[in-house]
Design a protein around this ligand. Sequence first.
Ligand code: ADP
Ligand code: ADP
Length: 236
Amino acid sequence: MDQVVLRGVTKRFATKTLGDIVAVDNFTFSVREGECFSFLGPSGCGKSTTLRMIAGFEDLSEGEIELCGRPVSVKSKNLYVPPEERGLGMVFQAFAVWPHMNVFENVAFPLRIQKMNRADVNRKVADALAHTSLTGLENSYPSDLSGGQQQRIALARAIVTRPKVMLLDEPLSNLDPKLRESMRFEIKELQRTFNFTIIFVTHDQSEAMAISDRMMVCDMGRIMQIDTPENLYNKP
Ligand code: ADP
Ligand code: ADP
């Protein structure tokens, strides 16, 4: 089944200096259940804007988005479901972790918003921490931990609600090359365990090739190609 569907999604921004710019031009694609699908392209090609529209942080200029069979943004019907009701897990480069909360509080936060009872919160946080190798660090603050551990807190917070779809926006770009590679394996391992559908945004071609089942290559707000890494790079 297709879990993320975009049909004719366009985003225009009005700017003072350049007038109206088309950041995302008529995007149509589907991401299947359990698939790791990446957006690859240079800075400014519309990757983050697309992800932010899927997440619900950004309005559409045209088109429609469906998540797990449910319309969440349909411009023509003025239909809009807010981010917290879309059932997504997210890890963004910025806003990775909250510095004033310890590891437990960071990971528990999405459950607290749902007003889940304490016993269930404790159980689910313990489970998320176990899956991200953070057990024992509950009371540590992010600033005392390494970059990789901080990104694992963000991952634990994203998986704690067991979302079907994960949005990852350059989640590894603040890490050094060696750590990036091991975190990539950890993300794939989490995906195998929980059968998440992942949308992974990156400007790094080798990273996209290593992690994706299929990739969408964009340039200047347009979709250039959508295919498997093998087909994109091995064909003559
Ligand atoms: P990417 O994530 O691929 O780097 P973005 O989605 O951030 O690209 O940006 C796509 C285009 O939209 C860029 O030209 C960018 O300058 C423009 N853009 C993004 N957000 C805004 C905004 N809030 N106002 C005006 N232009 C924007
Ligand atoms: P970037 O330029 O790196 O894409 P932005 O400054 O555009 O980052 O912000 C990312 C978006 O994430 C913000 O618009 C904000 O609405 C949203 N956001 C706010 N709080 C959180 C959070 N706790 N976790 C994830 N995203 C958040």
